[in-house]
Design a protein around this ligand. Structure first.
Ligand code: NAD
Length: 479
């Protein structure tokens, strides 16, 4: 149990409920050892959460509230999250493996989502449509009802917040399932919502494994809309469930994102941007830049500078704020190492890394830069979700585009050049929902994010996300 008023439990209808499902043992990625436990939600706990959300929604408390008050309520949730930061950060570092710096950024980003969508909460409105004399016509943006949200483990708080905040801003009630590999820190969101005065039942948290609590949530008949962030494989199951019930679903899935480096790019800034793009949080970022497609004339220089950048960082537990931190689990680390091995066997070369480090407990993988990767190799096609960068060469821009677009994914992409017209030409042809120009991860909560192709559909973040959480009702009046 956590020391404060935040227990490791489900939060249903304003009450902490231990949950009668299978318990989850939580491991510390930095040591590989179990350090805590949380009770999972059973199917009946999930049912209770959906019913609590429905009861809250039916009171119309958020919908009928003055929009300005709804805005202030979301601002108060943001303030309560910040007040809890000193409690949240060590838990997030321990269960997730990320560095203290990244954990602080995540908590801050989480608070900012509530402020961003709080700022929109009083600007959700329809329009009046002229129909000629004798008629008045207007549209309303109305909430769906119960929003079911499934969160992955890599950024549990901020990914949860980017869907919870706009859902509440529109007046929905939320049931969110925390990820089994990093379930603890999310419990603090319930404390923040309660302290801010969110009416009971509008925020419900369930814990548990995807195959039981997750399935039970998305297939529950009382759910009106689903938001899923996670793998393509699970996304397919979510969509099948949504199709069965004919409800809308947003699916934010994986990526195999590529940055194209033209011959005129500043190789020093490319090296640090590309390294941060793949090695931040051990590569466990959906929009990680896992492929770098470099013009043949500067290929060796770019690779050398990336390797130098890597050697300038240290590896160790997130608590000590190292840049290279462990992966979430032994399975995830093994997967990254296996993909690197397969690439090496297929003819790639490790400019650095290639296998797990010696002498560290926990789930570490050495930051790996693979050169000589070709489009046909497995490593060029599949998401590793680990600290493995594939470097490919090109000689003309059409070839670079064809390599970049040659995967099933379309989440993020990048272009490095001083020539803005070339940057625009390339951005306009990259098959991805996000294009970073000259800095990987440029952007913020304010910009829309989501995938092309198998990376999913629907847009989170930015004003665009509001379309996920309200539906249009047209009212035509014969006067
Ligand atoms: P995952 O699909 O294994 O799990 C994601 C969540 O789904 C977890 O909470 C899990 O418990 C739940 N789940 C699993 N099976 C389920 C089922 N049948 N029904 C309902 N819920 C179920 O993914 P992961 O390993 O946690 O996350 C890594 C993946 O997420 C990567 O592919 C990554 O690219 C992707 N991701 C995408 C984004 C984005 O915004 N596009 C952001 C972060 C992560």
């Amino acid at each position: 149990m956590a020391a404060s008023e935040t227990p490791w439990a489900n939060y249903i209808g304003g009450q902490w409920i231990k949950g009668s499902g299978q318990s989850i043992v939580v491991n510390a990625p930095a040591t590989g050892q179990a350090f805590d436990e949380i009770a999972g939600a059973s199917e009946s706990d999930v049912g209770a959460a959906v019913e609590a959300a429905r009861r809250a929604f039916n009171t119309r408390a958020l919908y009928d509230m003055r929009p300005h008050d709804r805005m202030l309520l979301l601002f108060r949730i943001a303030a309560e999250i910040r007040k809890l930061s000193d409690e949240i950060v060590p838990v997030l570092v321990k269960e997730n493996g990320k560095s203290v710096g990244f954990a602080k950024d995540e908590v801050e980003c989480t608070a900012q989502y509530f402020e961003y969508y709080g700022g929109i909460a009083d600007k959700v409105h329809g329009k009046s449509i002229p129909l000629g004399s004798g008629y008045l016509d207007y549209t309303q943006l109305v909430p769906f009802g119960v929003s079911a949200q499934i969160v992955p483990w890599n950024f549990p708080l901020e990914i949860a917040a980017r869907a919870i905040a706009p859902a509440l801003a529109c007046g929905n009630a939320v049931v969110v399932k925390s990820p089994e590999l990093s379930p603890l820190a999310m419990c603090f969101l319930a404390t923040a919502c309660a302290r801010a005065g969110l009416p009971a039942g509008y925020f419900n948290l369930i814990t548990g494994y995807g195959k039981d609590a997750g399935e039970a949530l998305v297939s529950h008949p009382g759910v009106d809309q689903v938001v899923f962030t996670g793998s393509v494989e699970t996304g397919r199951k979510i969509l099948r469930n949504a199709a069965e019930k004919i409800i809308p679903a947003v699916v934010e899935l994986g990526g195999k994102s590529a940055g194209i480096v033209y011959a005129d790019a500043d190789t020093t800034s490319v090296a640090s941007s590309a390294a941060i793009g793949i090695f931040a949080h051990a590569g466990q970022v959906c929009s990680a830049g896992s492929r770098l497609i470099v013009h043949e004339s500067i290929h060796d220089e770019v690779v050398e500078k990336i390797v130098t950048w890597v050697k300038g960082q240290t590896m160790g537990p997130g608590e000590e704020d190292h840049f290279f931190t462990p992966l979430i689990s032994a399975a995830q680390r093994d997967k990254a190492e296996r993909f690197a091995m397969i690439a090496l066997q297929a003819g790639a070369t490790a400019a650095t890394g290639g296998r797990r480090p010696d002498g560290l407990p926990g789930f570490y993988m050495t930051p790996t830069v693979l050169t000589g990767v070709t489009p046909a190799m497995e490593i060029n096609k599949h998401e590793v979700f680990g600290p493995v960068l594939s470097v490919l060469k090109f000689s003309d821009r059409e070839e670079a585009l064809s390599i970049a677009n040659g995967t099933e994914y379309g989440l993020a992409s990048g272009v490095y050049t001083k020539d803005l017209s070339l940057a625009h030409w390339t951005a306009d042809r990259l098959e991805a929902g996000t294009v970073f120009v000259n800095q990987w991860f440029a952007g913020g909560n304010e910009v829309p994010f989501g995938g092309f192709k198998r990376s999913g559909f629907g847009r989170e973040k930015g004003v665009e996300a509001m379309a996920n959480y309200c539906q249009v009702r047209n009212v035509a009046v014969r006067i």
